[in-house]
Design a binder for this molecule. Structure first.
Ligand code: ITT
Length: 192
């Protein structure tokens, strides 16, 4: 069994990657390396933040290290909150309330948005590979559903359900992160 570290402490992300990679890989998480200092996600691009986290973990652990950065890009807000999605407001309910308030009066056809994920695989040698994934949808008028996290309750998919109304497997099949993970699988499985 070979090991890599996913520079995240989000158990949902770790489980999703482990399920995709199968038993020949052991996915370690940031929690397995408490001595590695928390990485400040202070870059102004998804690529920059993902690479910063991945390289910090590859360097500190000597393992291949993956990191993702993701966020919600809303067309009517000129792409905001984007790379600042986690810091748009202090708590999850406040972030959703602020988003709905900013979009008050914006008609449905102009509420288009997408989740974007950039995944970086960093090598202990300093080399790196990137994959990206997007998921298109629309910001609904109200929050619906209790699954998932973040902006999922207000992110409506083309079939009408919100991301928070999907099971974990249904979300993984169409989400930005699921697409980025699947694009990275051949790269990981070719590591020697
Ligand atoms: P780690 O950095 O520890 O992995 P995080 O929660 O900060 O976890 P991201 O940097 O990937 O996760 O995401 C930044 C923010 O973008 C996140 O806090 C959410 O508000 C939003 N977001 C990202 N992916 C999402 C998803 O699948 N569903 C809903 N919101 C999401």
């Amino acid at each position: 069994m070979r090991a890599l570290v996913f520079a995240s402490s989000n158990p949902g992300k770790i489980a999703e990657l482990q399920a995709l990679l199968g038993p020949q890989w052991q996915v370690k998480s940031a929690k397995d390396f408490p001595a590695v200092a928390e990485v400040d996600e202070d870059r102004d691009t998804f690529e920059g933040n993902a690479a910063k986290k991945a390289h910090a973990f590859a360097k500190a652990t000597g393992l291949w290290a993956l990191a993702d950065d993701s966020g919600l890009v809303v067309d009517a807000l000129g792409g905001r909150p984007g790379v600042y999605s986690a810091r748009y407001a202090p708590t999850e309910p406040e972030r959703i309330a602020k988003l709905l308030a900013e979009l008050a009066g914006v008609p449905e056809v102009q509420r288009t948005a997408r989740f974007k994920c950039v995944l970086c695989l960093a090598f202990p040698t300093g080399d790196e590979r990137f994959t990206t994934g997007t998921c298109e949808g629309r910001i609904g008028l109200t929050a619906r559903g209790t699954n998932g996290f973040g902006y999922d309750p207000v992110f409506e998919l083309p079939h009408g359900k919100t991301m928070a109304e999907l099971t974990r497997d249904e979300k993984s099949a169409l989400s930005h992160r699921g697409h980025a993970f699947r694009a990275m699988l051949p790269v990981i499985n070719a590591l020697t």
